[in-house]
Design a protein around this ligand. Sequence first.
Ligand code: B12
Ligand code: SF4
Length: 447
Amino acid sequence: MMPQLALNLLEGLTPPQHQVTRIEEEIEKIDLDAECDLVGISAMTSNAPRAYYLADEFRKRGKKVIMGGVHPSILPDEALAHADSVVVGEAEGVWEQVLEDFQSGKLQTKYYKPFPSLEKYVQIRHRRGTRKRLFGVVPVMSTRGCPYNCEFCCVHDVFGRKIRHVPVENVVRDMEESEGKTFLFLDDNIIGDPKYAKELFRAIKPMNIRWGGQASISFVKETEMMRLAAESGCMGLFFGLESVSKSQLEAMRKSPKDIEHVEEAIKKVKDFGIHFHASMIFGFDDDTTDIFPETLDFLDKNRLSSASLNVLTPYPGTRTYQQHRAEGRLITDNWRYYDHNTVVFKPRHMTPLELYAGRLWAVQEFTKFSATAKRCFTDYAHPLLHLAINVGTRKSISNEMKNFPGVATQLYRSDLDALQDVKGFPLPSLRFVDLFPRRPQNQIPAS
Ligand code: B12
Ligand code: SF4
């Protein structure tokens, strides 16, 4: 995976008198007995239990622990049961104070400076070496904040609704100093402020680089925007389309209100040679099991060569969480399952098991070799990107499939029992086909 930008940033914000060791557990082993004065841990919701375990272990060994990142920012009091202090929200403008307070023995329990200026964006010397990871893709960020207000997302609360910018010259400086040739912008919406985005694209055009990022579909509003993005090296963009369901499209502010406009937008993006990666969510209140084949049909019809197929996840700090909690529909409060893949709530028109298995089925169908190969010919512009994303997704879905019986037994026991009562088969022989009795047989794989 790609290096975590948050850790680069924290290192960059740390005054030079301190020595910093940065560890990413995804690729490095953590030494709980390492010599250090202070431990900082970053966590999102799905890895919060692991982060809390590590924090507890470090504290047992007499270390002070500071936590930050999306999950501790939303639930600082929960995090404080495991850490000495929590940085709520962003570290810019706060981190130096944390270190000073720690040194003078006056560490506070919470630090919060909402929506700081981004003039102090990370010093690049700390990002050398990132080129060696994930095909040398270097993470970079140009803005924070999101004006939209999607009910399943916490970004607008944690990072604010107003878009804040890193000065274009700083972005360019950082990109140049990284010596990278391929970049991923981690912005929630790279074109959130169209004027700034165009300025940025003009500035990076002479660098002769390739880049990807995330954008809202309003990207297609201006031909000039698409042209500048393509000319500056944009290979592909990730679009949160979320759903093909009419009611869901109507409810979302960030998308066009009907599928025809979405389809038109896809075509425009592809006409500029930009890879269109669609992100879809299954499990909205109106979704039935028909949503799986409908979504696959949509991807197929629009010749979309890669996609993320997720389940709705009621992350804490979102309206979706509040709603599901108030309605008694959460089936676990173990955060490790809050990962966009596992179903942690009772959907309205399916069982949790149907939603869980339906998504697995959809991803398997979408990434099976024949389907990937067929789509390859629809994406002449970036065949390698297409292949890399699909092969990667196929690999992770195979791992998820291995965990299917374990997760199903753990979380969806009553659904399984009901199925076994009705159909009289044991879990090991459970096939997805058994979960979709209403679907035509020719659309369903045998296992
Ligand atoms: C880029 C991104 C990714 C990239 C990550 C690339 C990389 N290696 O950096 C990719 C595409 C891989 C990804 C994957 C996923 N992501 Co993501 N991702 C983002 C995104 C858009 C930006 C994150 C980022 O790097 N921002 C830039 C850095 C600098 O900001 P930051 O991490 O928040 O750090 C700042 C502060 O939080 C703080 N801070 C952070 N850590 C610490 C630690 C300490 C000690 C201190 C003091 C401060 C501090 O200081 C930093 C500087 O101010 C966010 C949305 C967002 N705006 O946060 C979603 C987001 C974090 N992702 C999310 C999710 C759900 C996922 C996935 C689970 C989705 C999936 N199933 O595929 C996976 C999980 C991957 C994994 N194993 O970790 C959710 C998390 C929700 C939640 N409550 O947990 C978010 C918030 C998106 C959303 N709209 O809901 N993601
Ligand atoms: S547009 Fe994206 S970042 Fe903004 S609120 Fe919606 S899901 Fe979150």
